[in-house]
Design a protein around this ligand. Structure first.
Ligand SMILES: [Zn+2]
Ligand SMILES: [Zn+2]
Length: 268
């Protein structure tokens, strides 16, 4: 039986004879169903006309994106760590060329997810690399559309998944919205991978915070403040977001001043 995949958000569902009736992720007010209604595809279909592009960003850091653009244009990051490589967030397309390329970078030991808009084909990725653990905060458990034994739900505020690789649950956009701190990245100045818990804006000295980006629903002052409080104990210079934008320096200060101006703007 096929594993159907939502064409709008790229999320794969548990195997079924017929496509599911709805995509729970797209029906939610933080996403959308396209003007042509709910569309389904499969990984095999996706493989036919798409491929992945790898870009080296920093020593020990590579991004992976699918071209031409699929779903919401997700992007994953491979962090090469002495304690094992980690895939931060995920994309829907995984094919033989992708597996081969990642093997040449040392394979993968684990995957961590920021939030449900990146659930894509996470189980396929794990199975392709020897069933590595997939870390998802338990606050987002209800959004997992293809349950599997490789998914490890975690609780609390932080989880160390490798030497100097820490997951930080910030909430806000989703109950379990998580960022990842890479202590040794950027020559030891630190890197923060934020998914869209915050998003780097056109003026890349700043980030913003939204409950829904596609539908531009803002976030409350209290939730923004909570995100700041959660990342405050960590040192980081660069911020990589979900869609390829980067704060190239003074990332920590960028979060503080961005939160301050945001809260002021919403009158909180
Ligand atoms: Zn969807
Ligand atoms: Zn999102």
């Amino acid at each position: 039986m096929p594993y159907y995949m939502c064409a709008t958000c790229g999320t794969q569902y548990a195997e079924s004879e017929q496509p599911p009736e709805h995509c729970i992720i797209c029906e939610d007010e933080r996403q959308y169903i396209g003007p042509n209604g709910q569309q389904w595809t499969t990984l095999d279909d996706l493989k036919r006309e798409h491929h992945n592009v790898f870009t080296s960003l920093l020593p020990h850091l590579t991004s992976v994106v699918t071209e031409p653009k699929f779903a919401i244009g997700q992007r994953a990051h491979i962090v090469q760590s002495p304690s094992g490589n980690v895939l931060w967030d995920s994309i829907s397309l995984i094919d033989d060329a992708t597996v081969e390329k990642i093997r040449s970078l040392g394979g993968l030991k684990a995957m961590a997810l920021s939030h449900p808009h990146y659930y894509s084909t996470i189980v396929e990725w794990s199975h392709a690399f020897g069933n590595f653990p997939i870390y998802i905060h338990s606050g987002d458990r209800e959004w997992v559309t293809r349950p599997d034994a490789v998914i490890q739900f975690w609780d609390g505020d932080t989880l160390e998944i490798g030497d100097g690789l820490t997951l930080i649950r910030c909430g806000g956009h989703f109950e379990g919205s998580t960022v990842m701190h890479w202590r040794d990245g950027a020559d030891g100045k630190g890197v923060l991978f934020v998914g869209d818990t915050m998003l780097v804006v056109n003026d890349t000295r700043y980030v913003t915070f939204m409950y829904s980006y596609p539908n531009t629903i803002p976030m409350s002052a209290a939730k923004v403040q909570h995100i700041v409080d959660m990342v405050k104990p960590f040192a980081f210079d660069k911020i990589y977001d979900a869609f390829g934008r980067v704060v190239t320096e003074k990332g920590y200060e960028a979060v503080l001043k961005s939160a301050e101006r945001y809260v002021k703007a919403i009158g909180g």
